[in-house]
Design a protein around this ligand. Structure first.
Ligand SMILES: Cc1cc2nc3c(=O)[nH]c(=O)nc-3n(C[C@H](O)[C@H](O)[C@H](O)COP(=O)(O)OP(=O)(O)OC[C@H]3O[C@@H](n4cnc5c(N)ncnc54)[C@H](O)[C@@H]3O)c2cc1C
Length: 397
């Protein structure tokens, strides 16, 4: 395959595509290799022939995602933006939907909230920091489940500073939004941009160095040669590929744990669903961490519910749980989809691991991006990819 590629990117999730976009816009030739049948990674908008879509993965973009919005501007995607309408989140407690406020101990909240003035996020876990701010009982009964719903795993031992960040908001953009056709419209459009070729069903199997560049062997035996190589993969996958020639970087990546998420989305006719209009459901202790609905972009005829389950629950058990929560029978599902993915499980000391990775990257010809640098949010991915794209462009001259 072509020897005159400037950059090969492994992984066509939002991280890999943001990096590819920025390098290609500077006139460089970029090939993105993706193991799945379509680009997107955690962006998975399940589209139906009649035009209905629902999200199996990421679902919400915010007007505080400034780095990502710069790409949206460059792609001219504003005409496809859809405002997400307001709808409530509910807690699922003992099989019943409850408002969040009804489950809070206001006296405990009142007695604990002053800690916001004295507590520091740095060096504290999410449970230590937020537990102090809201009180232990409120933390266990309400906030721990709500926080776990964000990355579909318990966040108690995550570093406190990594989850929620204050970022400037753009006033010309809706506060939270998606796109017509779902969030994957964004990754589809980046992937189709000039200077970028995305090869799907192309899983990188091995990597090697050759003549100051890299050779990527793809499942099936094809080889790709590039001057520079970027990895935008889950950390364990990147660690395995880099181990033969970048052992220090591989060792740091191998220490980043991931949680597997097994999602099931169901669609039913709106008139058959008794559940009130909801943005999502968060259970207090269950086999799933959250339910995300399509109700924030309402459809006249159909409703969709995506349940994000912990790994290891059989499909039959998952469907049974979905029936119990939605009140629907299996024969009432017009459509069922499944999708498995993973997200990093970060712990205290994580910043030391990313610093260790960054120490070995300059002048290596290697660039690494993903959702385990600044944080898991899409904007964190975009910011890291911008940093690596700038480094690649400076080193490619
Ligand atoms: C259910 C869910 C909901 C979320 N909701 C939101 C949200 O609303 N807002 C928000 O800001 N964030 C959200 N997130 C987080 C955010 O979506 C992710 O952190 C982000 O999309 C990750 O992008 P990525 O490109 O780093 O990784 P991924 O999307 O995981 O992409 C990695 C890609 O690499 C490919 N790959 C793996 N191995 C190989 C290989 N050997 N060769 C080639 N390709 C390979 C994979 O197939 C995948 O496409 C959500 C995440 C999940 C799972």
């Amino acid at each position: 395959m072509s020897e005159n590629l400037d950059l090969v990117v492994l992984g066509a999730g939002i991280s890999g595509l943001c990096l590819a976009h920025r390098v290609a816009r500077a006139g460089r030739k970029v090939l993105v290799l993706e193991s799945a049948a379509e680009p997107g990674g955690c962006f998975r908008s399940q589209r139906q022939p009649a035009g209905f879509w629902f999200e199996m993965g990421a679902h919400t973009l915010y007007n505080s995602y400034g780095s990502l919005l710069a790409i949206v501007d460059e792609l001219g995607l504003h005409d496809r933006m859809l405002t997400r309408q307001k709808a409530p989140f509910r807690l699922l407690v003992d099989g019943k939907l409850r408002s969040i406020s009804s489950q809070l101990s206001l006296s405990e909240l009142f007695l604990s909230a002053w800690h916001v003035f004295t507590e520091r996020k740095q060096g504290r876990t999410v449970a230590e920091y937020y537990g102090k701010l809201v009180g232990r009982k409120n933390w266990t009964r309400v906030f721990a489940p709500l926080f776990a719903a964000v990355p579909s795993q318990p966040t108690d031992s995550f570093p406190a500073e990594i989850l929620f960040k204050k970022r400037p908001r753009r006033k010309d953009i809706p506060r939270s939004f998606t796109f017509a056709g779902g969030i994957q419209t964004l990754t589809d459009r980046i992937a189709a941009g000039p200077g970028i070729t995305v090869q799907t069903n192309a899983k990188a199997r091995t990597l090697a160095r050759r003549d100051g560049g890299f050779v990527v062997e793809i499942d099936g035996g094809d080889r790709v040669v590039a001057r520079r190589l970027a990895l935008a993969l889950p950390a364990p996958e990147a660690a395995g590929l880099l181990a033969p020639f970048a052992p220090e970087v591989a060792a740091a990546l191998a220490r980043i744990q991931v949680a597997k998420i097994e999602s099931v989305g169901v669609v039913a006719e709106a008139r058959q669903v008794a559940l009130p209009r909801l943005a999502g459901i968060v259970p207090v202790d269950d086999t799933f961490f959250s339910v995300v609905t399509r109700d924030v972009v309402p459809d006249e005829h159909l409703r969709a519910f995506t349940f994000h389950f912990r790994a290891g629950v059989s499909l039959d058990e998952r469907i049974a749980r979905i029936c119990a929560v939605t009140g629907l029978g299996r024969d009432q599902f017009a459509y069922v989809a499944t999708h498995a993915t993973s997200l990093p499980s970060l712990s205290l000391g994580h910043a030391g691991l990313t610093e260790e990775i960054d120490r070995h990257l300059p002048a290596s010809g290697l660039y690494i991006t993903g959702n385990y640098f600044g944080g898991l949010a899409i904007e964190d991915c975009s910011l890291r990819s911008a940093k690596e794209a700038n480094r690649a462009l400076a080193e490619l001259v």
